[in-house]
Write a protein that binds this ligand. Structure first.
Ligand SMILES: Nc1ncnc2c1ncn2[C@@H]1O[C@H](COP(=O)(O)OP(=O)(O)OP(=O)(O)O)[C@@H](O)[C@H]1O
Ligand SMILES: [Mg+2]
Length: 363
């Protein structure tokens, strides 16, 4: 469906895409992942010519869209784009937002555009909001309207650029559910996302972008479980580690607990295991170890998850005098921690910042 040949995009001081060559097939659902600044947005913006490539060719259905003679507005109608921000027209109702382009650009009758629009709103679960204004919707609802509006143009491919990253975490799920539904219906899609479990579950192909290129292109299993190339291996491995560094009693406890939750969900850790990681953090780190630390102190909590063994482990290091948590007088917290973790092993160490280390495995 789309062939990209030696695509290069250079800005004055940086060349995010050096030489991208790839074919995208009808029905492909492609997740695009990778570190920040590696050209993920640039790639999908080039595909619909929001950015003009510096060199190379992009062919869509046998037509070279990078050719000067190509009518790019016609091609763009076939490519939907959903951004982080929703860009709905604030002065139009939801249904008018959806009807506008089919009437203006496709020449649909208003009645037809309305009927089709209502159908799409039902699909994204928002038919009852048809006559609301965007300002009266939540972020998740706005993004679902934006998706319905894109679908109203009957695109052959939809390009998503981090469609859930501007949303309140409570609303990510409803938008992901809509996108998942589209994937099931066989739409061709490319989705830039940093939600790794979503990237994995939804796609038949994953592009890991790095080093000015689609550095590794494979199935979700290959990219997430058996990456072949050095940078992908590094990126994926790093994903499975969460590090917290605490140097004040006033640290953001709730923030850290929800980070652990997010880390767990990203790596498909079961809810029970996530809960146990949080329990160990709260009981062992906060209730038992933290009160022992005085003056300028530091504590490092590294949580790792191995998908192979389906096992989470934690390493806790802290400053101060030698202190084995097993000696705590806080018997209740220790009991709760032991209920959530096995093999809690204490070792005194001699590192610059730390004198104590506890290793454990989450049950
Ligand atoms: N219009 C521009 N002018 C100059 N440099 C740009 C422009 N747009 C993007 N860049 C640079 O190109 C590089 C790639 O940007 P791009 O937005 O594609 O990265 P990304 O992979 O989408 O990153 P992120 O994950 O942060 O969204 C970055 O270094 C960025 O600063
Ligand atoms: Mg981007």
């Amino acid at each position: 469906m789309i062939q990209i040949k030696h695509l290069q995009k250079a800005y004055s001081n940086i060349t995010p895409l050096k030489d991208v060559c790839v074919d995208i097939h009808r029905g492909d659902v492609i997740s695009i992942i990778g570190p920040s600044g590696t050209g993920k947005s640039t790639l999908i913006r080039c595909i619909n010519m929001l950015e003009k490539p510096t060199s190379g060719e992009i062919w869509v259905n046998g037509q070279c869209i990078t050719d000067k003679k190509c009518d790019i507005s016609k091609v763009r109608q076939k490519m939907g784009m959903v951004f982080q921000s929703f860009n709905l027209f604030p002065h139009l109702t939801v249904i008018e937002n959806i009807m506008k382009a089919p009437v203006d650009l496709l020449g649909k009758s208003r009645q037809q555009a309305y009927d089709d629009g209502m159908q799409l709103l039902r699909m994204v679960g928002l038919a009852d909001k048809a006559f609301n204004y965007p300002d009266n919707l939540s972020g998740g609802q706005k993004q679902r309207v934006a998706i319905a509006r894109t679908l109203a143009m009957e695109p052959e491919i939809i390009l998503f650029d981090e469609p859930t990253s501007a949303l309140d975490p409570t609303m990510v799920g409803e938008v992901q559910a809509v996108i998942r539904d589209l994937a099931r219906k066989g739409l061709t899609m490319m989705i830039v996302t940093h939600e790794m479990s979503f990237a994995r579950e939804i796609a038949n192909r994953v592009f890991y972008m790095d080093d000015g290129d689609i550095y590794e292109d494979g199935t979700p299993e290959q990219i997430f479980d058996h990456p072949q190339k050095e940078r992908t291996i590094h990126f994926i491995r790093r994903l499975k580690v969460h590090e917290a560094y605490i140097t004040s009693r006033d640290f953001d406890f709730l923030g850290l607990v929800s980070e652990l939750e997010e880390f767990g969900r990203k790596n498909q850790v079961s809810q029970k295991t996530i809960y146990r990681m949080q329990t160990v953090f709260e009981e062992l780190c906060v209730q038992i170890i933290l009160p022992q630390l005085s003056g300028d102190f530091s504590m490092s909590v590294i949580t790792s998850y191995s998908q192979q063994d389906e096992q989470a482990s934690m390493q806790i290091k802290y400053s101060g005098n030698a202190f084995d948590p097993a000696d705590t007088e806080n018997v209740l917290s220790m009991k709760l921690a032991q209920n959530a973790a096995k093999e809690i092993v204490y070792t005194p160490i001699q590192e610059d910042a730390f004198r104590n280390r506890v290793d454990l495995i989450i049950k």
